[in-house]
Design a binder for this molecule. Structure first.
Ligand SMILES: *Cc1c(COP(=O)(O)O)cnc(C)c1O
Length: 392
């Protein structure tokens, strides 16, 4: 519930007000952080009736509801569960919809820990796991089997940013009665709305832009009417609820996510354009660049781009990648992204089966933080100069 009917308002207006009505808690602008396992019932009749709103901490609190409500408003979903990490947001829906004997199609450009889960736990459970080329589009129909229960998409792909035709994939998957999932962490629901494009279950590592400060781990999973009941049932069965302080921090992050993302977007695009054609850089993998093979799909479906993209060095291997990374002073070396600080990491494509790519040199992923672009350019030049020195 919100004080404003925010539905028809602009995005930043909605982000400032969705999820919580100050009148629900003495007018305080932010919701209370409810630390809870036990909830008391007034009498045994109420306990037996099961119609008290809150019954136990694992099943939801006013704090988790505020965040879930805000995410539902952004996603247009029937329901959202809040889980302790982005990786749980991936594994929970897969566990909810796959059983022994089922077949799952997963994009080959998927976030590596998603692949690890599929190749270990899903296979052990007796699920047949198959990877498809991210550019497959409607031709995925040919890969559908009678037992294909889930098609798992991620667009753009992790590290190499291939775009997928989500509408065409969803249409083919639904003809085979499969559930379509999408890891939409890169775009956030601000720049792409999966459920409007036929996706049934939208997945986010809220650790990234929603949290925005590299200090919180959280995931959200949002489902349409068709899939909500089963997703929620699995969430309750597994007991994988998130802590209230983390849920609170992510709702707090959502309030400013629009303005932060706009800054990440602008800086990343400026750097990506500046890097294109620069000596020592063979390619810039950013779907909002006209040169990117997925540009037309990005333009058709997305309303913006975020601050994460990759560059391909002109030549060399791990030694050159190491020289580039070790010369950086502002960019930190570390995993994850979506925070205020810039990060760089060398990308491994050794896990790919069909989307191996044909890259002239090492692929380096850059997360562009909120620092000044001129300072980031100078830092990148130091990296490129270090590569030149060892190659000369
Ligand atoms: C980071 C990430 C995740 C996992 O999020 P964690 O909170 O770090 O577990 C899932 N998917 C994508 C695309 C990510 O980048």
């Amino acid at each position: 519930m919100t004080r404003l009917d925010a539905k028809n308002k602009g995005m930043n207006t909605r982000l400032a007000h969705i999820g919580y009505d100050p009148a629900d808690f003495f007018g305080f602008v932010n919701p209370p952080v409810v630390h809870a396992s036990t909830v008391l019932f007034p009498d045994t009749a109420t306990m037996a009736s099961r119609n008290q709103k809150y019954t136990y901490g694992t099943r939801g609190t006013p704090t988790s509801d505020a965040l879930a409500g805000a995410i539902d408003a952004l996603e247009g979903s029937a329901g959202t569960v809040i889980v302790p990490s982005g990786l749980v947001a991936v594994t929970l829906p897969l566990l909810a919809f796959l059983s022994a004997g089922d077949h799952v199609l997963i994009t080959d450009s998927v976030y590596h820990p998603t692949r690890h889960f599929a190749d270990t736990m899903l296979k052990r459970m007796g699920v047949e796991v198959e990877y498809y080329a991210p550019e497959i589009g409607g031709a995925i129909a040919a890969s559908m089997k009678p037992n294909t229960r889930v098609v798992f998409t991620e667009s753009p792909g992790s590290n190499t940013f291939e775009m997928q035709d989500i509408d065409a994939i969803a249409e083919a998957a639904h003809k085979g009665d499969a559930v379509v999932m999408m890891d939409n962490t890169w775009a956030t629901p601000l720049y792409f709305k999966p459920l409007d494009h036929g996706v049934d279950v939208s997945i986010h590592a809220a650790t990234k832009y929603p949290a925005g400060h590299s200090d919180v781990l959280l995931g959200t999973v949002s489902a349409n009417e068709r899939t909500w009941k089963q997703l929620h049932e699995t969430f309750i069965t597994l007991g994988c609820c998130a802590g209230p302080d983390d849920a609170y921090q992510v709702l707090r992050g959502l309030r400013t996510m629009g303005v932060r993302l706009a800054h990440h977007e602008k800086s990343a695009l400026e750097l990506a354009r500046w890097l294109e054609g620069r000596e020592g850089v063979a390619q810039v993998l950013h779907p909002a660049l006209e040169s990117h093979p997925g540009y037309d799909l990005w333009k058709r479906d997305f309303t913006g781009s975020s601050g994460l993209f990759s560059i391909v060095l002109a030549s060399g291997g791990p030694k050159e990648a190491g020289a580039f990374l070790d010369a950086l002073e502002i960019f930190g070396l570390g995993y994850s992204w979506g925070g205020f600080e810039s990060l760089a990491v060398a990308v491994s494509l050794s896990d790919r089966t069909v989307a191996k790519g044909d890259y002239s040199g090492p692929v380096i992923r850059l997360q562009i933080g909120v620092e000044e672009v001129e300072d980031l350019k100078a830092d990148i030049l130091k990296g490129l100069e270090a590569v030149r020195r060892i190659s000369a």
